[in-house]
Structure formats: C-alpha cells, structure tokens
Write a protein that binds this ligand. Structure first.
Ligand code: SF4
Length: 354
C-alpha cells in the first residue's frame, strides 16, 4: 500500500474527514468559490448559515453580480472582514463581465480575480476542476511545520519554502498511482480537515492522525512549540464616540465610505460635531458602557452615547444618512458591534421617560 504523505491524507479524508458540509458534494465553481471566500479567517460553524442564506438569495453568479453593493453587504453583515464582501461582489461582476458567467478553470487565472489569493485559487481549482494545485492556508502551515519540524514563524522566507514543500507533496500526476479529480479534492479537503479537527493549535489529537508515524514534532514532543509564533506588535488604540440618535422608534445611521474599515456598512454618526451638523445640540446625552472592538491592525475603544430626540433630523440633503426603524435596522447591513448596540438600545429607550 502506498504510504506517501498524500496517500495517507487521502485515505484518512475518505474515512474520517468532513463530507456533509453544505458546499461539499459538488463541483460547481460558484458554490466552491463562495464557500472558500467565506471560510477565509472564519470557522465552518459560523459560515454554514451565511453560505445557505447567500445561496438562497443568489443561486448563481449572475444573480450576485446583479445585486446592489448594499444588499450584498447587508447579507454579509456579522461575518466580519468586510473587504471580502466587496471583493466577492467585484469578483462576481468580473466573472459575468469578462468570462460570460463561467469561472475560469485554472488556479492561475482564478488568482487574478478580486479577493482570490494563491491558496484560495488552488482550493477552488482542486475542488471544482480537480487541478493539481497546492494550498497553504493557516491550518496547512501548522500541519506542515509540525510534520517536518520546520523552524521559524511561517512568514516571509519560511512561508516561501512551505509553498515549495506543499507543491512537492502533491500526489503524483503522471506516474502511478495517478491522481484523479476526486482524489485531488480528497487530498485538498484532507489537509484542511486535518488542521481543523486533529492538528489543532492547542492539544493536537496525534493519536488519531494519519501522519503520526512520520511526524517529527510528535517524535520530538514539540507539538506545542511548532510552528513558531511571529513576534506580535502591540495594536494601536483608537477612540470613537458613537452617537445613537433616536426618537424611540427610529435610529439614525450613517453609511461609511466604500473602502476602509467597515466600508459600505451602516454605523452610527461619530463625535459631538455630528450633533451640531445635524442641528441636534442641546439634548441630554446618556452614556452606555464603553466597549472595545479589535480589528486586524488596531483596537477601537467605543464610547456610545444615546441622544433621545423628539423628532428625527431631516435627511433630505444628507445622502450618507438614513433613519431606519429600530426594529429592522439590524438587518440593514451593520457590523457586529453596531448590531449589539442596536439590541441594547431597544431595551434602553423603552426605559427613558419621553
Ligand atoms: S501527529 Fe500530531 S502534530 Fe503531527 S501532524 Fe498529526 S496531529 Fe499534527
């Protein structure tokens, strides 16, 4: 029996890997692509509902391309890393505009599309077309660094050498045993499953691992220390005052610019200056407990204040501002910290005297 790295991963994936996720059992590149984008930096359990909701609303790429950016963002709201949603939409439009609605069928061409990096392109090509292409996401880096006892954090030159290693480990193409489309999909899924279910960051389940007999980290008892962690820089802290302007029935929200943090989403106006611009000075401001939201590159210290008004401001000349019913604003495409504040606010305003 062939006991190469790849063959062991394939056998294990068939017997013990994940087979019932809603995006599995298909070669449809649209579904494969949608799931792979959602799974970037997000766990399977979180993605499942979003994937099904997107698919119900946009059953194929043309429907997604035809949607407005606001609708795409509203459906994505809560999944985080919102640049992914903007790239997803831009990618759908490119696929329709440049490829007649058919995703390109090679990893190299896929990697040219918005939001599709090298590893994601390889995963889509492997699942949808059986292409023999190497993936290297965070989970796979961990498996390789441990199995081969690779020193150094998996960035820069180490990451480059991991790509070379990942390519050398691919099941052979032209010599026996020849790789098939299904096997390539099993291998790609197997690497992902190993990292997500056995080779965990903490307490890996080496006793069940198909790679245990050749794993150097296991032999050397170094599972905990591999891969090495890149030195972490302290994240800078920013401060923002969120103005929750409400008459008890509606809430004032502001659409952010299409790029940058929470790009295109609805959030609260910020800072006292906004009150002056909206002609809402002189109201009593009631603070809610401060909270923190952590982004990739900084921490945001949020200071919410409630401004209860008798009449909502006139929005006629304010294209970025919207007055929405408190009950439904949650569904309008707001980031998670804003959604939590809207929930709190609904309870809070009912206790404020008119
Ligand atoms: S034997 Fe343990 S450390 Fe090595 S690859 Fe398997 S789960 Fe990871």
């Amino acid at each position: 029996m062939d006991s190469s790295f790849a063959r062991r991963v394939i056998r294990w994936q068939r017997q013990a890997g994940r087979h019932d996720l809603p995006w599995q059992g298909t070669h449809d590149p649209y579904r494969v692509w949608l799931s792979e984008i959602m799974l970037q930096q997000t766990q399977v359990a979180t993605v499942v509902d979003y994937f099904l909701r997107f698919l119900a609303r946009f059953p194929e790429v043309r429907a997604l391309a035809a949607a407005s950016p606001e609708e795409v963002l509203a459906l994505w709201a809560g999944l985080g890393y919102y640049a992914r949603a903007r790239h997803l939409h831009a990618c759908a439009r490119r696929v329709v505009g440049e490829y007649g609605g058919q995703f390109p069928s090679s990893a190299a061409a896929l990697a040219e599309l918005p939001g599709i990096g090298r590893s994601t392109a390889a995963a889509i090509a492997a699942f949808a077309y059986g292409e023999r292409a190497a993936i290297l996401d965070g989970n796979v880096k961990r498996v390789l660094c441990r199995h081969f006892a690779i020193e150094g954090a998996p960035v820069g030159a180490v990451e480059k050498s991991l790509w070379t290693l990942a390519e050398s480990l691919l099941p052979p193409l032209s010599s026996a045993p020849q790789i098939t489309h299904e096997e390539m999909a099993n291998y790609t899924q197997g690497l992902m499953d190993l990292g997500a279910t056995l080779c965990l960051s903490r307490t890996p389940h080496c006793e069940s691992c198909p790679l245990a007999t050749s794993c150097l980290a296991r032999q050397q008892g170094r599972q905990e220390s591999l891969p090495a962690k890149a030195p972490r820089k302290a994240k800078p802290c920013r401060r923002a005052e969120f103005l929750l302007i409400t008459d008890g029935k509606e809430i004032l929200l502001q659409r952010r610019p299409s790029s940058g943090v929470w790009g295109g989403l609805l959030t609260f106006p910020e800072g006292r200056e906004a009150l002056r611009l909206l002609g809402q000075e002189g109201h009593e401001l009631q603070p809610l407990p401060p909270r923190e939201h952590v982004f990739t590159h900084f921490r945001l210290e949020i200071h919410p204040v409630v401004c209860k008004v008798e009449k909502m401001p006139d929005m006629a000349n304010q294209p970025n501002l919207e007055c929405l019913p408190l009950k439904t604003a949650l569904k309008a495409g707001v980031p998670a910290p804003v959604a939590r504040l809207l929930e709190e606010l609904r309870n809070f305003v009912s206790r404020i005297p008119p």
